[in-house]
Design a protein. Structure first.
Lengths: 84, 142
């Protein structure tokens, strides 16, 4: 496996999905509050409160899907101090 | 060379493709730019979504400090982080919090933490972190 043009395309697809998630967050919040959502092709393809279950479902549905963005939908901010 | 990041609320992030031939990983990850972290580290959300098999990874000699104390730490040796067309070879650490021992609230808290771009990568660049202008850049003279 080598890094190739396809990997760069997957990265661009990820960034499109990430941007879509951020820009549509308020609308997504209404329907998917406190859930993990998977975004692909600039739409939500699945959602679940359990991340492992979501990962399994997404991989089953879209075997070759690359560039899927996974986000958690919540109004509560993430508060953290991370260091090491 | 310039790597553009972005802000969400007051936190700065960059995207990078994590590539590991040995682990057959090639996925884009959203990294929090964290100058307080010594090592670039995948946190539980990304590790779980990617389906990382911890048993196939090298266990780190030293566990990292995580939420609530020491956390099992693994290493993906020989990884490449790709920023656009610019690749950086580094060992990426992987944290495994004991999620099964946590209550729902704690579990979700951990799973919301982003993966971290640490000083092993940041220090190779000049970092511009200007929240006022909305400018987050990692630059390097060619």
């Amino acid at each position: 496996m080598e890094i190739n043009e396809e990997h760069l395309l997957h990265m661009k697809e990820f960034e499109r999905n990430q941007k879509w998630f951020i820009e549509n967050f308020k609308r997504i919040l209404d329907e998917y509050r406190e859930k993990f959502v998977a975004v692909w092709n600039q739409r939500i393809i699945d959602a679940d409160t359990d991340l492992k279950s979501l990962s399994k479902k997404v991989k089953e549905r879209t075997r070759s899907a690359k560039g899927v963005y996974v986000g958690y939908v919540s109004e509560k901010p993430v508060e953290m101090i991370l260091c090491g | 060379m310039r790597i553009n990041g972005f802000f969400r609320n007051d936190a700065g992030y960059v995207n990078a493709l994590l590539f590991s031939e040995e682990m057959e990983i090639s996925e884009t990850i959203e990294f929090l730019v964290d100058t307080g972290a010594s090592r670039t580290t995948l946190l539980d959300k990304d590790a779980i979504y990617l389906g990382i098999e911890y048993g196939k990874l090298r266990k780190s000699e030293q566990d990292m400090s995580g939420i609530g104390g020491s956390v099992e730490t693994y290493v993906i040796d020989g990884s490449v982080l790709l920023f656009g067309e610019y690749g950086i070879k580094t060992s990426v650490f992987v944290l495994k919090h004991p999620l099964e021992e946590m209550n729902e609230e704690e579990r979700i808290k951990i799973l919301r933490f982003p993966s971290i771009l640490g000083r092993d990568v940041i220090s190779r660049f000049r970092l511009i972190f200007d929240r006022v202008k909305g400018e987050l850049l990692l630059t390097k003279e060619e």
